[in-house]
Design a protein around this ligand. Structure first.
Ligand SMILES: C[S@@+](CC[C@H](N)C(=O)[O-])C[C@H]1O[C@@H](n2cnc3c(N)ncnc32)[C@H](O)[C@@H]1O
Length: 262
């Protein structure tokens, strides 16, 4: 296949599917992916065609059952990674809404003394996360199908989560994302937004050890609301961190001052 000629012929449709696409990037991806180009014209994300995405230091298998790991989530990894380095006594971590497992598995790989639980409501996503754990040689991870932390037992020093957080009515979601990535991983109904996050904060406040911390990625236009709901559910030292684009993106909090029980 002459991918250069293919690019020139279909340039405008390819550029509309893949924002910021350059010919160099296209040729690199196309040479690895191969095929007849149909999937490119349909705008199937490169990661789904390749079957993997890179996150922090590793390649993670991705299928259409999981979100493609995003660069901003690497910043969430870095926030948690630093906090773990500052708390050498921490032992238990849970990644809620683990998807491909990119967050929880990267943290477990970087900190072998942690025992990690990876939870997701989607059994299909958990299969992908299990595959990734095997590929990384991580054999003592616990996997749990759970609606947020409902089925999770015990206390955790670290709760990390990149939950679905795009309000269903939000504008600006790229058509390719909406068409190809799992809506379960992306959207929260507007009418359910407060209830969903309030439930997450309430469950997290009950599942943290006394010096444990909570880390979440969220929507830039809803993080202030989330911070307020987190405080109402007794999480303390609630703060918002910005992503590299300067948008409010992460919520960090500490355990309640006094345990509130399960
Ligand atoms: C934004 S994706 C994050 C995936 C991965 N952690 C990452 O950062 O790339 C959100 C994940 O949450 C899961 N999810 C959605 N609703 C959930 C719920 N109520 N309880 C647990 N997981 C949920 C989805 O299946 C999806 O895997």
């Amino acid at each position: 296949m002459d991918w250069r000629a293919f690019f020139d012929q279909h340039r405008s449709i390819l550029e509309s599917h893949y924002p910021g696409l350059t010919v160099t990037r296209f040729l690199r991806e196309a040479q690895e992916i191969g095929g007849d180009g149909t999937a490119f014209l349909a705008g199937v994300p490169f990661a789904y065609q390749l079957g993997y995405a890179e996150f922090v230091d590793h390649k993670f298998t991705v299928t259409t059952d999981v979100l493609i790991p995003r660069p901003e989530t690497e910043q969430l990894f870095e926030l948690v990674d630093q906090a773990i380095k500052n708390h050498p006594a921490w032992r238990r971590l849970v990644d809620v809404g683990t998807g491909s497992g990119c967050l929880g598995l990267s943290l477990a790989h970087a900190h072998p003394m942690l025992s990690a639980t990876l939870a997701d409501i989607s059994p299909e996503a958990l299969l992908v996360a299990k595959d990734n754990a095997r590929n990384l040689g991580l054999h003592s991870i616990t996997f749990q199908q759970s609606d947020l932390l409902k089925e999770i037992v015990g206390l955790f020093d670290v709760i990390v989560t990149n939950p679905p957080y795009i309000p269903r009515s939000a504008h600006g979601v790229h058509a390719m994302t909406d068409r190809h990535e799992p809506h379960l991983a992306l959207y929260v109904e507007d009418a359910q937004y407060e209830a969903f996050f309030t439930r997450l904060f309430d469950q997290s406040a009950r599942r943290l050890t006394s010096d444990g911390m909570f880390f979440m990625e969220g929507h830039e236009e809803r993080l202030k609301d989330c911070a307020q709901w987190a405080r109402e559910k007794k999480l303390t030292q609630v703060r918002i961190e910005r992503d590299l684009a300067g948008r409010e993106r992460f919520l960090v909090a500490s355990a309640p001052r006094t345990p509130i029980g399960s």
